[in-house]
Design a protein around this ligand. Sequence first.
Ligand SMILES: Nc1ncnc2c1ncn2[C@@H]1O[C@H](COP(=O)(O)OP(=O)(O)OP(=O)(O)O)[C@@H](O)[C@H]1O
Ligand SMILES: [Mg+2]
Length: 379
Amino acid sequence: MSEVVEKNGAGTAAQLILELLPEPVILVQGREGEAPEIAYGNQAAREVFRIELAGAPLGAALRRPEVLEAIEGALEVGGSAEVAFETIGVQPRFWRAFARPLVSEVRGLRQLVVMLRDETDARRTERMRADFLANASHELRTPLASLAGFVETLRTHAKDDPEARDKFLGIMAQQATRMARLVDDLLSLSRIELNEHIAPSGKVDLARTVQDVSDAIRPLTAERQVTIAIEPSPGVGSVTGDRDQLVQVIQNLVDNAVKYTPPGGKVSVTLQAVANLEGARAPSRAGFGLSLLSPDTGEAQAYVVLRVTDAGPGIARQHLPRLSERFYRVEGQRSGGTGLGLAIVKHVVNRHRGGLTVESAEGEGSTFSVYLPAAVPSS
Ligand SMILES: Nc1ncnc2c1ncn2[C@@H]1O[C@H](COP(=O)(O)OP(=O)(O)OP(=O)(O)O)[C@@H](O)[C@H]1O
Ligand SMILES: [Mg+2]
């Protein structure tokens, strides 16, 4: 008696566990010459594959012919099968199905357990890795090919032409600088990513840092005849952060703004203290805005908002969501950059548990805002 109870208890527990598994599990069965049916699907299977009733034909849940073929084949010979497939919907998902035979107690009935694994995230990561490598190699190869071309020209045609030689050496120096910057940016991005999970603990005076960056960038602004106006920011205290990384953030935003401002124009930088997340996210101007990053927590947290506004060409709406992707550049704009600047900004701000928004419209300039947790004032 007790043995039966124990056995039943174990059976129920096993069923419960099966029911609660996050991954879909289906029991398929069939007799020779009949189409296989679904004898059972756990909760995940019922939700994902919309299995409504036990006894439904397998083809109603798994519609892909290659999957049906593999499972039917395994059922027929009492063997195993493994097959990868894609479900199409609002969001396509990638699955891998593992079919394993069960020894059925009923004569003539063939049974098979099909376990499904969602491989969408793994695929996406793999895809991103491959894209990243392809992009990085492409970005390095272009200046490298140009360098190699000029070396060849200098050795042959331009060998005895001092004027051409000077010109080519100038271009070569530019290309080498570009490559060095690309490598620096890539290294810096990977360093930031490595410690992104560790929030910084230092205290940074943002107003001071903005001033330092603006001083450092003066040669560029003079060359482009652009002025940087730093609005006074009374009452703005320090933020919790890593100074070197915040310098990178300000540098990238100001550098972009200066780059896209026509000669004689003005870039404005403001700092504002706000009491909570809602205040940090509030729009700064009329028109369209988009959050590119926002912290998971910290609603009641006080923030300091840094805004960089330019009167450049602005950015069309469809590009906004992708601006902080690595290597993304708006087509037709000759930025001369590699498209890593805003990716660096985003990762640094993420490490700081802050947020990033962009407000822009074509012909109406752009405002990039970064908000960072305010440091608790030391008494
Ligand atoms: N202030 C701005 N005005 C107009 N377009 C901008 C502005 N800032 C960024 N963009 C667009 O976003 C793209 C990505 O910016 P990001 O700073 O990441 O790259 P980049 O400036 O092209 O290169 P890098 O910063 O690596 O030198 C730019 O190529 C440009 O098309
Ligand atoms: Mg940039």
